[in-house]
Design a binder for this molecule. Sequence first.
Ligand SMILES: [Zn+2]
Length: 309
Amino acid sequence: MNRQIFKVVISLFVLMAISTGLKAIQINNNQKNELSEYKTIVVNQEEKIKELQNVETIIKDKDNQIDDLIQEQNELNQLIQDLKQSNEVLNRQMSSLTDKVVYLTFDDGPSKETTLDILKILKLYNVRATFFVQGRNVNKNPDVLREINKQGHAIGNHSYSHNYTLIYKDEDSFWKDFNLCQDAVYSVIGESPTLYRFPGGSNTARNFKGNEFVTSLSIMMLDQGVQFFDWNIDSGDAMATYAEVGTIKSNAYTQISKKKDAIVLFHDTDAKKSTVEALPEIIEHYLALGYRFDVLTPSGYTTQFKHVD
Ligand SMILES: [Zn+2]
């Protein structure tokens, strides 16, 4: 190879080397640019991550606030519930203080005519009453007793015989008579009475055998779940064979006075036509005074004559 050619070859190599170097420098610059762009992207992303972290913190704060609000709401609901309950208790107390109740009671039946007429009147006024029946009359008129029971009235024991000297002779005689009436009622309606009324009232029993006799009997009755009842309003319908309608009404009106609970004494033997006649107006009178009507129950209101020495 001559010298000239050698120079050209060398020059070519030099040019190739320079060209490769320039390319390498260019690539390097490109990489630097890319790196710088990546750095910018990373910085931007880091800022975004920070922003997102901030948003997350805000969301967590909001969540906590919502939890607090839910808890507050639950506490308020509980408070409302408590207030409602105490309001109901107060309403019940208020109504028990202002509640005025009349317990109509009919003794000595059941009878065919009078009792059935009374049942019609009670049904008409949608009023429930208590029937203190004599066992011997239950045996005579079982259908009437069945009707009393069917119409939702209360049934009490008022002795079997209503014979004072027999019933108030001694405790054995009393219980014999008492149980005869319990059995008579049970045989008709399948339930024994848990209410009792002494024939003539507890004072008549006291007049015959003294206060201890009545106390002992009433304790033994309570042992069997039976409560005894006297009355605080006497309609006076047994004061005469035929009591005047006006007298019965007048007794019922004047004796109610301002009583909160009133047990009214009536009779429903066949002879008591004036009782039937007076009853509708008496019911209307009591309704107008704001009373409601109810049946006697062994654990409910009772009135018992006090023993006087
Ligand atoms: Zn009687």
